[in-house]
Design a protein around this ligand. Structure first.
Ligand code: GDP
Ligand code: ZN
Length: 327
């Protein structure tokens, strides 16, 4: 979208002639903070973007790569939005109901943080996030933290083997001993990353160890206390000293939203994809149907039972969601 440049006769007074590229790291609705090199330039948007995208509440989103002109007063004027690699969005509520509200764009990877113990790994959570990521074209990876608490490393081997086998990077870390933190720091460099995981897995501890000055709202505890109240969620990108950004979102609920049809779900389970053509029915949900190649693969041990269980749970929630909205 939006690739044509603003004609020069529209150049406002005080603007330099140069276009520079930047990343939108924060938005207040009418102003956007754009990171250009190591400067943050408060910027406005050209009115035309608003008109061009009628069904979107926010034409420019956090994460957008933009082109802007910088004025002599060090404020900017966004003239162009570069094509988005992916986006997370939700349906707007209230006055703008039904419209799309983009939460964040251009995410390189979502890291699902789990811990060996306290709390123990939750396959259902992992698989749900993997599906949401896949459905949005976002790469994902797994962190197994608190490895110092493992009495026997064999206990996490299964988890490690399952997800590396599916092609997802898996890092084993300890915020306590520092194990694996360099590898994680390297994985974050020059990327825009989302960190997600239940309360207590060690998200804040890991980030504090990697980037002591970062103050993120990673805790799901604070998210829970907000439940029921309608709070606006402000998303922002935090620049990392090694390059790249961490997406700071007050909760992970955005990442749980799956707006897909039941038959689509199996397409986001990488190991199921290869079996789908062999099911007797093209719209097979791999649940109760006879002649199901996915179930056969589960029985043959080619698809892990835990993954199939997650599949059925997510399928159930999608079907329930469809009933709830009367589809
Ligand atoms: P968050 O809710 O995901 O941000 O988790 P926190 O970073 O607040 O960590 C929760 C608890 O686990 C704290 O008491 C941390 O000290 C502890 N913790 C975090 N990482 C580790 C780790 O790698 N090993 C051990 N033993 N404890 C950890
Ligand atoms: Zn099937």
């Amino acid at each position: 979208m939006a690739s044509e440049r603003m004609p020069d006769e529209f150049t406002p007074a005080g603007m330099t002639e140069d276009h520079v590229d930047g990343v939108v790291i924060r938005s207040t609705g009418s102003w956007y903070d754009v990171m250009v090199g190591d400067r943050v330039i408060p910027s406005k948007v050209r009115g035309r973007f608003r008109l061009a995208e009628d069904d979107v509440t926010n034409p420019v989103s956090v994460g957008d790569r933009v082109c802007l002109r910088v004025g002599t007063d060090e404020t900017g004027f966004i003239t162009e939005i570069h094509e988005r690699k992916n986006k997370l969005s939700r349906r707007a509520a209230g006055r703008r109901a039904g419209r799309e509200h983009i939460i964040v764009t251009n995410i390189d990877r979502v890291w699902i943080i789990q811990s060996v113990r306290l709390p123990k790994p939750n396959a259902g959570f992992i698989d749900r996030i993997l599906v949401v990521a896949k459905a949005h074209g976002i790469d994902a990876g797994l962190i197994v933290n608190k490895i110092d608490l493992a009495c026997d490393r064999g206990s996490i081997h299964e988890l490690y083997a399952l997800y590396t086998g599916l092609g997802y990077p898996v890092l084993v870390t300890s915020a306590e001993t520092g194990e694996g933190l360099n590898a994680f720091r390297d994985a974050l460099a020059d990327k825009t990353s989302v960190l997600t995981g239940a309360s207590g897995v060690g998200k804040s501890s890991i980030l504090n160890a990697i980037e002591p000055d970062l103050e993120l709202r990673t805790s799901e505890v604070s998210d829970k206390t907000r439940k029921g109240r309608h709070t606006t969620t402000y998303v922002s990108l935090h620049p990392l000293s090694g390059g790249g950004y961490i997406v700071d979102t007050p909760g992970i609920r955005e990442f749980g939203v799956l707006d897909i049809e039941p038959w689509e779900l199996s397409h986001y389970f990488v190991e199921m994809k290869g079996h789908l053509e062999e099911c007797r029915f093209p719209t097979c949900t791999h649940d109760h149907e006879p002649g199901c190649a996915v179930k056969a693969a589960v029985d043959a041990g080619e698809i892990a039972n835990s993954r199939y269980r997650s599949y059925l749970n997510i399928l159930g929630s999608i079907q329930q969601g469809a009933k709830d909205v009367g589809r």
